[in-house]
Design a binder for this molecule. Structure first.
Ligand code: GLY
Length: 289
């Protein structure tokens, strides 16, 4: 049994996951509900997640979310989805009820409506903080990258029955182009899971991360015998080698194996929170770079 999440704001979510896992709930229910709580909290929106997230360059919040179980073929994702405060719940429905695995934009919205989700006005998706940030948004690319870290929520759960699930959710890069999709919902990039091995999630600059498939690589390295930490460090070292030591973009990686061991690596200061059955409570670790 174990749970892990990206960034400090995942602490209450991982605490919730711990309680749900101990109560015998499935890893997918655990990840979906903990992610949905983070998404729906307007305060955590400023970390680029769900309701209260940063809008695109037209002032509209568009969210990406995905869920993957370790069981083969169990994956669902949505991208550029408007008007839904808990997009990971739609991603779960895509996995459970759609003949497809990934729906975007208007198609994702129509599917969400069919499944009974309310499509909310954009104003209800913005917070005062992000509405104001939009008014004063920086004009150049350089200003943007100095102004914000590209956060998102990535959560992984290993349940009592030995099932593993990973979920991710983000409103994407602040003031992005409409329709822009980052790494988060892309299988192998923002998330990956294999019930024989474990699971991984990535956070950071999605336009860059998606060029390296880090989550898939981490799981493959764990499959070859590396610990989660060794696998995360190895993937980051390889990315650094390819970009040049000084030019590595923002990326944070977390991984969990089927023994409940956790690992992480990052090119920036990266807090992550975790718990496993050997621990009394959830802990936060901060990786410095
Ligand atoms: N990693 C989040 C994004 O770039 O959309």
């Amino acid at each position: 049994m174990a749970a892990v999440g990206t960034w400090s704001f995942s602490l209450p979510a991982v605490e919730r996951m711990r309680c749900m896992i101990l109560a015998g709930q499935s890893s997918t229910d655990v990840v979906e509900s903990a992610t949905a709580d983070v998404e729906n909290d307007v305060q955590t929106g400023r970390y680029i997640v769900g309701r209260g997230g940063f809008p695109n360059n037209k002032g509209i919040v568009e969210c990406d979310a995905a869920i993957m179980e370790g069981v083969p073929g169990r994956f669902g994702a949505v991208a550029a989805l408007r008007g839904v405060g808990q997009p990971c719940r739609v991603a779960r429905q895509v996995m459970e009820r759609s003949p497809h695995s990934f729906l975007v934009g208007e198609g994702a919205e129509a599917f969400a409506r069919e499944q009974g989700f309310t499509i909310e006005p954009n104003n209800d998706m913005l917070s005062d903080h992000t509405a104001t940030a939009y008014q004063f948004k920086p004009l150049s690319r350089t200003q943007k990258s100095k102004a914000v870290l590209y956060l998102l929520t990535g959560l992984i759960a290993l349940d009592l029955a030995g099932n593993i699930t990973v979920g991710v959710s983000t409103s994407g890069k602040p003031f992005k182009a409409p329709g822009r999709v980052g790494d988060s919902p892309l299988p192998g990039c923002g998330l990956y899971a294999d019930h024989r091995v474990g699971a991984a999630a990535a956070s950071g600059d999605g336009d860059k991360i998606m060029c390296y498939c880090p989550s898939f690589q981490i799981v493959q390295l764990m499959r070859q015998g590396m610990s989660p930490k060794e696998a995360c460090c190895s993937v980051l070292a390889d990315i650094r080698k390819r970009t040049g030591e000084d030019k590595c973009f923002e990326i944070g990686l977390i991984a969990l194996n089927m023994k409940g061991e956790v690992g992480a690596a990052s090119s920036v200061e990266f807090p992550y929170t975790f718990w496993n059955q050997g621990m009394d409570s959830v802990e936060k670790h901060v990786l410095s770079y």
